[in-house]
Write a protein that binds this ligand. Structure first.
Ligand SMILES: *Cc1c(COP(=O)(O)O)cnc(C)c1O
Length: 352
């Protein structure tokens, strides 16, 4: 359980960890890139933080490396065990290889093959277990207990959260001007907790908005209940965020420092993957498009106009075969909603 003091001290302790995190041994400072077509369509300046361009094609390398470098020499010798939907797995595999640590990584059986290959090609031991992340997690915890290896959580750990928080440090340096909101995809809450801690400490006026898949909205459920609840089931289309319970450390930050949480459908994700493609010619995985889907929903609901909105484009690990399905659903969604979206666009044009 978290043992920090709540309040400003909590944020400050994370900011210190974020500033000290040596993530650039492996991670890169990714571009904060304009999305001109989306910006025009929405009447707001949309900026994409391109975490899909990390060496493992997602931001998870930041937290994984920051966690592994903190291990004691004895812990390094024994090795690590982790559970992951696939992206943290690749981060741990790469960080472990870099540091010479033996890694065993449990992933759900349905993990996209390229994520499994991404783990094995980096020399880690990949174990496929369970139908979704919660089952893989239980298995990994048992393995850690039996083997004496250190369990490395994909999100519920202050060093992991601090590693992910370096994304916010880069955003504020890359965009010192006015920023209205940062939209952050949420799975177990490590990324949004790190970002919220850093941003609310330094620029509390910037809104932090979480975006969840409606099939794994565990932060939304926890905030509504006032405590961490376990979802009875999770959908795995957005496999990178298919988590049933928000992390304890993450929730400690999020309950006071996240302004709002939105949920989006699978079809909204498919449409957002297309929007990102149109602006960048890059393909994101479903979880990677959550933030853009959230911005579209937010602008449609609030009528926001002329604001600067950042979306974390969090990952690109999607099987090539899945693109057929994504393209089909995006077409269905756009056909159903383009009619209703048009008046908003016309209004936006008039006000510019
Ligand atoms: C892990 C992940 C997320 C969510 O991060 P959490 O720290 O679990 O909330 C979002 N997008 C992608 C691509 C991820 O791999």
């Amino acid at each position: 359980m978290p043992d920090h003091t709540p309040g400003p001290d909590l944020l400050e302790s994370y900011v210190k960890k974020i500033l000290a995190a040596p993530v650039y041994d492996l991670a890169v400072c990714t571009p904060l890139q304009a999305a001109p077509a989306l910006s025009q369509a929405l009447g707001n300046q949309v900026l994409l933080k391109r975490e899909d361009l990390q060496p493992t094609f997602s931001f998870k390398i930041r937290g994984a490396y920051n966690r592994l470098v903190q291990l004691t020499p004895a812990q390094r010798l024994r090795g690590v065990v982790t559970a992951s939907a696939g992206n943290h797995a690749q981060g741990v595999a790469l960080a472990a290889r870099e540091l010479g640590i033996k890694a065993t990584i449990v992933m759900p059986c349905a993990t996209p093959e390229l994520k499994v290959l991404g783990v094995r090609s980096r020399g880690a031991n990949a174990v496929l277990h369970g139908e979704s992340f919660p089952f893989a997690l239980a298995h990994a915890l048992r393995l850690a207990e039996d083997s004496g290896c250190t369990f490395v959580s994909p999100f519920d750990d202050p060093h992991v959260i601090a590693g992910q928080g370096t994304v916010a440090m880069e955003i504020l340096r890359q965009h010192p001007g006015p920023l209205h909101a940062i939209f952050v995809p949420v799975g177990g809450g490590g990324l949004i907790a790190g970002i919220a801690a850093y941003v609310k400490y330094l620029r509390p006026e910037i809104r932090i908005i979480g975006v969840e898949s409606e099939h794994s909205a565990c932060l939304h459920a926890a905030l509504a209940a006032g405590e961490r609840v376990v979802l009875p089931s999770v959908g795995t289309f957005a496999d990178g965020v298919a988590v049933a319970q928000i992390g304890a450390y993450g929730f400690e930050v999020c309950r006071n420092h996240v302004d709002e949480v939105l949920t989006v459908s699978n079809d909204q994700l498919c449409a957002a993957i297309k929007d990102i493609y149109d602006d960048t010619r890059s393909i994101t995985e479903p979880s990677g498009a959550l933030a853009v889907a959230g911005i579209k929903q937010y602008v449609a609901r609030t009528g926001a106009c002329g604001q600067t909105l950042v979306a974390i484009d969090s990952g690109a690990n999607i099987n090539f075969d899945s693109l057929r399905h994504v393209a089909e659903r995006a077409a269905v969604y756009d056909a159903a909603y383009s009619a209703t979206a048009l008046p908003t666009l016309a209004e936006a044009d008039q006000t510019r």
